[in-house]
Design a protein around this ligand. Sequence first.
Ligand code: ZN
Length: 285
Amino acid sequence: MKRATFPVKKSRVKTWSEIFQNPRPVTVESLKTGEVEIQKVGTINPQHPKAVNVKDETLNVPIMAHIIHHEKFGAYLIDAGLDASYYNDPRGNVRGLLARFFADEFHQDKNQNIAFKLQKRHLKLKGVFLSHLHSDHMAGVRELPKDIQYVVGKGEKYPEYKPFLYGNYLKGIETLHEIDFSTVEPIPPLGPSADLLGDGSLWAVSTPGHTRGHMSFVVNGLEGPIFLTTDACFIREGLEMGVASSDYTWNVDKAQKSLDKILKFLNEYPEVKVICGHEDPYFES
Ligand SMILES: [Zn+2]
């Protein structure tokens, strides 16, 4: 698989207020493609001073993908969730000598996979933006068309370790397009923010920490702006406490820095609705 730079149009806007004053015809539809068990301690870093009292418990959280519907440009995906292989096999056909020890295990109901949900909506995707390359965010790519653009943050590692552990998640994709945030204009307080479709509707924000090239997203729709943290914050409680994860995390300090700037942004722009990485926004508890 080749890597190529994703061309980011230079944006003239300097602030999020300017952007939100010019909303675009774009909406988000969130899809649950499975579930995963995680531990609260680790999902919330117990070393953080604000989290000293965090009690451990097992949480069942959804594995999400989000359709971006743009009135003019069509449908894009943010993350791919899971493909249908997880319905019969919790390890989703992951192969390799160490698969039975280390493969991630997920739960999936029938017809919860990403391709089924897209077909049901008669959607033809234009492209896929992957927040990062972990199996719960990219396994669904295995059942998506390959002749569209797939985009990640620059430096994001593709964790395939043949012959030990591999899922062939991105098999068939000729070129992986990368956003080089070092060349993208910063918009405070979020830092480098890329105008993905060139009309101010959908923005990728560099939020490293969970992984090297991790990205979060701003959707600037007519119904008000939405911030998708993806795995810069897994669950609502992490956001409320202001504490990033320590488990499943490449760099804990950077993860906390990324969450801190997200919190600053949400504080400055209280009109922004937020959806965490492993949160189903339609589920009312
Ligand atoms: Zn995740």
